[in-house]
Design a protein around this ligand. Structure first.
Ligand code: 4GP
Length: 824
C-alpha cells in the first residue's frame, strides 16, 4: 500500500445534507414532493443535486484555464457513446456511497433509481465508446481539453427482435430532456453551405470570397465531464443544427403554410440522427453536411476563443491549440481551418498550411477498405465549393513539393498518394487528406499501427518517417470496474489502495494472491454473485432460464463478419450435435451470451443474428441436452447492459480474423473484470496476452502472416467444408429445416457465404477454435487454475487504463500539460 498519493475522492457533504438537497430539488426544481414523485423525478432530483457540484466544477475549471492562456486539445469526434452519466458522476465525485445511503433512508435502492436514466447512445461502437473513455481520462488527468461532436436528437437505434429478426426502432434519449446538459446560446455559430466562390481582384492581388447558398445555426449544448476526484470538470460540446430563419413569415402570410417550415425542417435534419455504420449509400450528402457542420462550428468556436484572448495576432495559435481527428469523419476540418486562416484572416497559404499541419493529428480506427471514407468530388464541389478549391490546392502542392521531390517522375506513386482518386468518377480520399494535413497519425494497438504503416500508407510512412505512431487504446477503470463491479471493487480494496481507479498499476499487488486459496474463493464468489444477478437480467430480457453455475461465455460487440459471431455459432451447433450423438458427452454446462447490433443495411449481419436466434430457440428447448447448452441473444445491447454483463462474464470471445480488429476495447473491459480471453492474435488481444501472460489467455487461429499466406495461396473454404466432418454437418444443418421447422433454407445465406466465399476465413480457423474451446472447458473445470488465471488478468491490465493512453497522446502527439483547477 505505497507509491503514489491517494487521490480517492472524498465527499464534502453528509448523508443528511445530501438527502436535504435531493428533497429540495424534488420540490423546487421538479415541482413535486416525496409522496407523489415518480422514480424518474427522484432520478432528476439526484441529478440536480449532483449538478451543484458539477456546474461549480465547470466554472472553476474554465476560470483556471482562462487565466492561464492554456494550451488545449480539441477532440473532434462524430461519435461519443456515453451511456448513462449518473453513476459515473457520483463515483468520480466520491458521492456514490453517500447517495446510496441517503436514498436507502428515503426508502429507495439507488441502483433502481439509476435504471431510470436513458443511455446517451451517440455512437455506434468502439470508436464512439473510446471517445467517451478518453474524455473521462482527459478530465481526470486535468488536461485542458474539450470534446466536440453532434447533439443528435436520435442516437443509435433501439434493437428489438421479431421472430428472431432484428427490428430497428428510433432512440429517444432526450424525449424528456436531459439533466446533464447546459445550452450555451452565447456561443452559437453560423455554418455556411453551397453557393459559389468569387475571385476578387484588388490592389494588384486577388482573394477568394465564398458566397454561401445557405446558412445554418449551430447551437452548443455542453455536457460536463467530471474527472476522477472531481477537481477538473471539462465539457463535451455537442452542436445542434437549427434553421437560420426558424419560420418564414413572408411565405406564411402569402399562404405557404407548409413551405414556411421547409427551411427549418431541412436545417434540423442535420443533427437529427446518428448514422449507423456501413450505411454507406444512405443520404451521403447529409452525412457530409453533418461532418462539415460540426467541424466548422468547432473550428469557429476555437477561433472565437482565440480571438477573444489574442485578437488577430496568430503567432501563438499553434502553441495553444491541438486538434485531434477521431478517424477521418472530421477531416473536412483541415480545409476549413485553411479557409478561415487564408480567406478570413488573410494569412499567407504557406504560413496557414504550416499552422494547420502543426495543429492537426489523426487517429485511424480501421483498415477495412469499406470504412475508409471517400466523397464524390462533385458532391464536395456542390456543398462546399471553396473547400474543394482548397483541397485541390493542398493536393497540387503536396504532389509537386513533396511527392515529386522524393520520387521524381513517378506517376504511379503520385496517383496512389493523391488526395483525389481518378477512378470511379473522381473521389476525395479523406484518409489521404488526414495524413497529409496532420503532423501525427496513430493506430490504436501495436499490430494495427504496424499495419497502418505497412499496408495502408507505406509511401506516406517513407515520406515522413516518424509521423506514424502507435497509441494502444484504453478504457476508464472508473466506469468499467469501480462503478460497474462494486463487489469486486470492495474485495480488492481490502488489499490495494483505494485510489486504484486512478493508478491501475496498484492492482499488481493482487498478483501474489492469485495462488491464495482464500482469495481465490472470495474472488470467484464475487463472480458467482455477479452471475446470479445477471441470470435475472437474462430471464427478464429473453425469458430463458440459465444457471449461474454454467460457464458464461460472452461475445459482445457490433455484428460484423470480420468479428466472426458466426464462428461462435458454428461451434455452438457442433457442441449441440455432439450432445445429440452422445448424451453423455463430457462438458461443463455453458451459456453462450451474445449482444450485438447489426447496421440496418447490412444483410448478412442480420442473417447471422437471425441464425443465432433460431439455433437458440431450438437448443434452449431441447430436453435431450439437459440444459448443458443455453444460447441467449440479448436485445438492444448498449453501454448500460455491458456494465451489467461484463462483471458476470467468464469467457471473453475476441475471435476476429487476425489483422481485422484494429484494437478492441471490450476485450480489455472483460479481462479486467476477470474473464478469460478466448482470442486470435489480433488487435489488443496480443498486448493483453503479453501483459497477463500467454498461459492466462487462450489463443487460437492463424496469425496475420498466416492469413496473408493462406490468401496468397488461393483460399478455398470448400476444402475445409469437405474435409472436416463436423464442420460439414453443421453447415449442412443450416440448409435444412432443422432450426426452422417447415421452412428449409431460411438460414442458407450464412452457409453459402461461408462455403463459397468466406471472406474472413471462418472455416480455416474453425478447428483451431474448436480445440481452443475444449481448452476453456478443461481449464474451467480446474477451479483453482481458472481462479488463478482470472485474478492474474485483473491484476495485470494497468496498461489498458485510458489514462495511460491519454498520457501517451499528451506526451507524444499533443504536447499537452495538465493544469489543475483551483479548489474554489
Ligand atoms: C473501432 C475498431 O473496430 C476497434 O477495433 C477499436 O477498438 C475501436 O474502433 C476504437 O479504436 N472502429 C470503429 C469504427 O468503431 O467505426 O471504425
Amino acid at each position: 500500500m505505497s507509491g503514489k498519493k491517494s487521490a480517492a475522492p472524498k465527499p464534502d457533504m453528509t448523508v443528511k445534507q445530501f438527502k436535504e438537497t435531493v428533497i429540495k430539488h424534488l420540490r423546487s426544481t421538479l415541482g413535486t414532493y416525496e409522496e407523489k414523485a415518480s422514480k424518474q423525478a427522484w432520478n432528476q432530483a439526484i441529478a440536480a443535486s449532483v449538478n451543484e457540484f458539477i456546474f461549480d466544477g465547470v466554472s472553476r475549471t474554465r476560470k483556471t484555464h482562462a487565466g492561464k492562456d492554456a494550451r488545449a486539445v480539441h477532440y473532434l469526434s462524430l461519435e461519443f457513446l456515453m451511456g448513462r452519466l449518473m453513476s459515473n458522476n457520483l463515483q468520480n465525485l466520491g458521492l456514490y456511497e453517500l447517495a446510496d445511503k441517503a436514498m436507502k433512508e428515503l426508502g429507495f435502492e439507488l441502483a433502481d433509481i439509476l435504471e431510470e436514466e436513458p443511455d446517451m447512445a451517440l455512437g455506434n461502437g468502439g470508436l464512439g465508446r473510446l471517445a467517451a473513455c478518453f474524455i473521462d481520462s482527459m478530465a481526470t488527468l486535468a488536461l485542458p481539453a474539450i470534446g466536440y461532436g453532434i447533439h443528435y436528437e436520435h442516437g443509435l437505434f433501439r434493437q428489438e427482435f421479431f421472430k428472431g429478426r432484428q427490428v430497428e426502432r428510433p432512440d429517444q434519449w432526450r424525449e424528456f430532456g436531459s439533466p446533464w446538459e447546459i445550452c450555451r446560446p452565447e456561443s452559437e455559430q453560423v455554418v455556411k453551405l453551397y453557393g459559389y466562390v468569387e475571385t476578387v481582384y484588388e490592389n494588384g492581388g486577388s482573394h477568394k470570397v465564398w458566397h454561401p447558398g445557405r446558412t445554418m445555426r449551430a447551437i452548443p449544448w455542453d455536457i460536463p465531464i467530471v474527472g476522477y476526484g472531481g477537481h477538473n470538470v471539462n465539457v463535451l460540446r455537442l452542436w445542434e443544427s437549427r434553421a437560420d430563419k426558424f419560420f418564414d413569415w413572408d411565405v406564411f402570410n402569402s399562404g405557404g403554410y407548409v413551405d414556411a417550415y421547409t427551411e427549418s425542417v431541412q436545417a434540423e435534419t442535420v443533427s437529427k440522427v446518428l448514422y449507423p455504420n456501413d450505411e454507406t449509400d444512405a443520404g451521403k450528402e447529409l452525412r457530409l453536411i453533418q461532418q462539415y457542420f460540426f467541424s466548422a462550428a468547432s473550428i469557429a468556436d476555437v477561433m472565437r476563443r482565440f480571438r477573444n484572448a489574442h485578437g488577430n495576432d496568430f503567432s501563438k495559435f499553434t502553441a495553444l491549440n491541438a486538434l485531434q481527428l477521431n478517424d477521418t469523419h472530421p477531416a473536412i476540418a483541415i480545409p476549413e481551418l485553411m479557409r478561415v486562416l487564408v480567406d478570413e484572416e488573410g494569412i499567407s497559404w504557406a504560413e496557414a498550411w504550416k499552422m494547420t499541419r502543426e495543429t492537426f493529428s489523426y487517429t485511424n480506427h480501421t483498415l477495412l477498405p469499406e470504412a475508409l471514407e471517400k466523397w464524390p468530388l462533385r458532391m464536395i464541389q456542390h456543398v462546399l465549393p471553396r473547400h474543394m478549391e482548397i483541397i485541390f490546392e493542398i493536393n497540387a502542392r503536396f504532389l509537386k513539393d513533396e511527392v515529386e521531390t522524393k520520387w521524381p517522375g513517378n506517376d504511379g506513386i503520385k496517383r496512389k498518394l493523391s488526395i483525389i482518386e481518378e477512378a470511379n468518377g473522381q473521389m476525395v480520399r479523406m484518409g489521404n487528406l488526414s495524413v497529409v494535413g496532420s503532423h501525427a497519425v496513430n493506430g490504436v494497438a501495436q499490430i494495427h499501427s504496424d499495419l497502418v504503416k505497412k499496408d495502408l500508407f507505406p509511401e506516406m510512412n517513407e515520406l515522413w518517417p516518424g509521423k506514424f505512431l502507435n497509441v494502444t487504446n484504453g478504457i476508464t477503470p472508473r466506469r468499467w470496474m469501480k462503478a460497474c463491479n462494486p463487489r469486486l471493487s470492495t474485495l480488492i480494496e481490502k488489499h490495494v489502495d483505494a485510489d486504484w481507479p486512478r493508478y491501475l498499476e496498484k492492482l499488481t499487488a493482487l498478483k501474489p494472491l492469485a495462488d491464495d486459496s482464500k482469495f481465490q474463493k472470495e474472488y470467484m464468489a464475487v463472480k458467482h454473485a455477479n452471475k446470479e444477478d445477471f441470470v435475472k437480467v437474462i430471464k427478464e430480457l429473453t425469458d430463458v432460464d440459465v444457471s449461474a453455475d454454467a460457464i458464461f461465455d460472452v461475445q459482445i460487440k457490433r455484428l460484423h463478419e470480420y468479428k466472426r459471431q458466426h464462428l461462435n455459432l458454428l461451434y455452438i451447433m457442433a457442441l449441440y450435435r455432439r450432445l445429440l450423438i452422445n448424451p453423455d458427452y463430457d462438458m461443463h454446462p455453458r451459456v453462450f451470451i451474445f449482444g450485438a447490433k447489426a447496421a440496418p443495411g447490412y444483410y448478412l449481419a442480420k442473417e447471422i443474428i437471425f441464425a443465432i436466434n433460431k439455433v437458440a430457440e431450438k437448443v434452449n428447448n431441447d430436453p435431450r441436452i439437459k440444459d448443458k447448452i443455453k444460447v441467449v441473444f440479448l436485445p438492444n445491447y448498449r453501454v448500460s447492459l455491458a456494465e451489467k454483463l461484463i462483471p458476470a462474464a467468464d469467457v471473453s470471445q475476441q475471435i476476429s480474423l487476425a489483422g481485422k480488429e484494429a484494437s478492441g476495447t471490450g476485450n480489455m473491459k472483460l479481462a479486467l473484470n476477470g474473464a478469460i480471453t478466448l482470442g486470435t492474435l489480433d488487435g489488443a488481444n496480443i498486448e493483453i496476452a503479453e501483459e497477463a501472460g500467454e498461459e492466462n489467455v487462450v489463443i487460437f487461429g492463424m496469425d496475420v502472416d498466416e492469413v496473408v499466406e493462406t490468401r496468397e495461396q488461393g483460399y478455398n473454404p470448400g476444402h475445409y467444408y469437405q474435409n472436416n466432418e463436423e464442420l460439414k454437418a453443421v453447415l449442412d444443418w443450416l440448409d435444412s429445416d432443422f432450426f426452422t421447422p417447415g421452412e428449409p433454407g431460411l438460414l442458407s445465406a450464412v452457409k453459402h457465404n461461408l462455403v463459397d466465399h468466406d471472406p474472413y476465413m471462418v472455416l480455416a480457423d474453425y478447428q483451431s477454435y474448436s480445440d481452443a474451446q475444449s481448452k476453456i472447458d478443461a481449464l474451467y473445470r480446474d477451479k483453482k487454475a481458472w481462479a488463478r488465471a482470472a485474478i492474474i488478468n485483473t491484476a495485470s491490465l494497468a496498461k489498458f487504463n485510458s489514462d495511460r493512453s491519454i498520457q501517451d497522446y499528451a506526451d507524444t502527439i499533443w504536447n499537452l500539460k495538465p493544469i489543475k483547477a483551483a479548489a474554489k
